[in-house]
Design a protein around this ligand. Structure first.
Ligand code: MSP
Length: 648
């Protein structure tokens, strides 16, 4: 069950300490942090676990290569992960290390239970045998001849070891029908669907019993019933999810989060089989509940290649934080792909995206609204008069955004949750364009100005709450500029769905989202005006630098509706979609295109023009067309691409 108030328990894999964290590890951890924070905003109790996987032959080997004890190595490397999460503003509830006593005691307890258990067939779950076969140290897993490529492990490109060991085995075969059934009927829900199909395929291929111990690996948890053997690293690692919350020492806490909670394991596809097959079988054997959701997110590559130290393409999360701050780094990673899709990280896009989403759409908006309230109302809450249609529709947009956020979280979709927040910020920008508060100020319409600014401030407040799981620090900073002295207390369902809550005083915060500029870091840059874009420069200025060109944001847009402009023969008014954003633009193309010819076309627009009023009609953007004498043709694409795609 997944009712939206049931306590939710969210986990990341525990990461190996043989290396330092990179953006792949950071991604899973940020997603988990996002979901935890988002659930709390929605009033759902949540517990978030992450940590480090410290035992096993490989860690022992790496430590030996560096001339330190495994424990020293683990202490140092667990600290790298902790520090990285701290810099990314990750607020886990517990950080588990598999070398903690609490964990090792819990593993021993689980192994005792397993040893005493019988499977559905009445046979003991654990039996002794001899393992003869191959083992990949890099994967820490037994591997079959079939899986090798040219005699090498395909993941690590190293030859496996040949082992002959006396081991204890887990009778997986006895649990397979039950696990398969749980997955088939979504009692263990594997998301996205393609991963569920992949796992169901594994049952068809057949799965062998697995060894739960290693005879010759010293760095691990001894089997309580045979201390000459240590637990196999995965049999030690998987139960971290239960030992951390009191499986062996705090059954009330354990019941709250595990037995009665909604358990969500997040990871990438590399460790799906362990979590979707071995782990549920182990839990069934010891008589505990199985997890509710296993969410497999995408795998990051960098410039088309797997991230690896030897290729030198590892992106260090610290470097991202150095440049973009914790919130910027989180946002850029979270929005790279839809959760669940693989993808190539385009680091060269980071600056553009940061500027577009955070500096322009959100940062400028907050600064415009708060600065005007400070200037015209002395920073006090503006008095609000009667509402007009524009005000009511912005309020409705805020309510829809809150609902969209709640739905996104229920679907484990940070991308849709973030889009809901940014769309609301964009709707508020359009509201400003429509209501023109600067004109109201100029003409002394103070009451109407108050209403507009108060309405905009409320929409900004709701957008900040929706974006708080993505931008925890900046969302709080925005709430502070709106007058909340304890912003945390506003991150609640009352805050999200409520209205007329900004207390003031309103004080601008200049450091919210400084724009990034490759030439002049943090320089403020204004959007280009229609005039600048329309006026041809003198001939000597015809040469444009790449940086100047890059200031123009060219985007694909779909024409959603088109109409003539009354009283202006040459003009058409187009409603366009740029991604999820809707705008109106006015173009002088009526002599060349009938309105009905344009609907559904994908055109190219300059998206960062200052809005203008042309013959009394709002225009926000300019389309590109080529002309030769009397002939004019729209610039279009030579193949389909969704609207909102950038052109450069
Ligand atoms: N220690 C095991 C997990 C035990 S959990 C009981 C392990 N550790 S790991 O350090 O290799 O982490 C693997 C996980 O890190 C992936 O499942 C994923 O969550 C994250 N990622 C590592 N590299 C990644 C990418 N390149 N892209 C996306 N996520 C990645 O396996």
């Amino acid at each position: 069950m997944n009712d939206r108030k049931q306590p939710i328990y969210i986990t990341t894999p525990i990461y190996y300490v043989n290396d330092k964290p990179h953006i792949g590890h950071a991604y899973t951890t940020i997603v988990a942090d996002y979901l935890t924070r988002a659930c709390r905003v929605l009033g759902r109790p949540a517990f978030f676990l992450t940590g480090t996987d410290e035992h096993g032959a490989r860690i022992a080997q790496v430590a030996a290569e560096h001339g330190v004890t495994p424990q020293t190595w683990c202490d140092e490397h667990a600290e790298h992960f902790r520090r990285t999460w701290e810099r990314l503003d990750i607020a886990y509830d517990h950080f588990i290390r598999t070398t903690d006593d609490r964990h090792t005691n819990g593993v021993s307890r689980m192994l005792e239970r397993m040893r005493a258990a019988t499977g559905p067939d009445g046979q003991p779950v654990i039996y002794e045998g001899v393992y003869e076969g191959l083992y990949c140290l890099g994967c820490e897993k037994f591997i079959t001849e079939k899986e090798l490529v040219d005699g090498m492990c395909p993941a690590h490109l190293t030859p496996p070891q040949r082992l002959t060991e006396r081991n204890y085995f887990f009778r997986l075969s006895a649990f397979l029908p039950q696990v398969e059934d749980l997955i088939r009927r979504d009692a263990i829900r594997i998301l996205p669907d393609e991963r569920k199909r992949e796992v169901l395929g594994l049952f068809k291929q057949g799965l062998d019993d697995f060894s739960i111990s290693r005879e010759k690996v010293d760095w691990g948890v001894p089997l309580p019933f045979d201390p000459s053997q240590n637990a196999y690293v995965w049999v030690d690692a998987l139960p971290n999810y239960i030992t951390s919350i009191g499986y062996a020492d705090d059954r009330d806490h354990f019941a709250r989060w595990w037995t009665n909670g909604h358990v969500v394991h997040l990871m990438a596809k590399d460790i799906l089989k362990f979590h979707a097959v071995f782990w549920p079988a182990m839990l069934l054997a010891i008589g505990e509940e199985t997890p509710d959701v296993i969410f497999i997110h995408g795998y990051f590559t960098v410039n088309g290649q797997k991230m690896s130290k030897s290729l030198g393409n590892v992106i260090d999360p610290h470097a991202l934080v150095d440049v973009f701050g914790p919130d910027g780094a989180r946002h850029l990673l979270l929005t790279q792909f839809q959760l669940g899709q693989d993808g190539d990280v385009k680091a060269q896009e980071f600056v553009r995206q940061f500027n577009a989403d955070l500096a322009n759409d959100l940062g400028n908006l907050v600064s415009r609204a708060v600065t005007m309230i400070e200037r015209h109302f002395d920073g006090r809450k503006p008095p609000s008069g009667g509402l007009e249609e524009a005000d009511r529709s912005l309020r409705e947009a805020a309510q829809s955004a809150a609902a969209a956020f709640a739905e996104a979280v229920a679907q484990y979709s940070p991308n849709s949750g973030i889009a809901a927040g940014l769309d609301l910020a964009r709707a508020t920008n359009r509201y400003f364009d429509r209501t023109q508060p600067w004109a109201l100020a100029k003409t002394g319409q103070t009451e109407r100005l108050g209403t507009v600014l108060a309405t905009a401030a409320e929409a900004i407040r709701v957008a900040a709450i929706i974006l708080s799981p993505d931008l925890p620090g900046k969302a709080r900073a925005i709430l502070k500029t709106l007058g909340f002295t304890d912003p945390e207390s506003e991150l609640t369902p009352e805050g999200l769905y409520g209205w007329d809550r900004c207390p003031g005083p309103f004080r601008p915060d200049g450091s919210l989202f400084p724009r990034h500029d490759k030439r002049k870091p943090q320089a403020q840059e204004k959007p280009v005006s229609h005039e600048q874009a329309e006026k041809p420069g003198p001939p000597t200025e015809n040469v444009v630098s790449i940086d100047e060109f890059a200031r123009l944001q060219l985007r694909t847009a779909e024409v959603v509706a088109a109409d003539r402009v009354a009283g202006a023969d040459r003009l058409l008014k187009l409603e366009i979609a740029i991604g999820t954003e809707r705008r109106q633009i006015v173009a002088g193309i009526a002599a060349h295109y009938a309105p009905e010819d344009l609907v559904g076309k994908t055109i190219i627009v300059v998206a960062n023009l200052k809005p203008a009023t042309i013959r009394g009609v709002q225009s926000h953007g300019m389309l590109l067309a080529a002309s030769d004498g009397d002939t004019l043709r729209l610039v279009t694409l030579d193949g389909p691409l969704p609207s909102g795609a950038s052109i450069g």
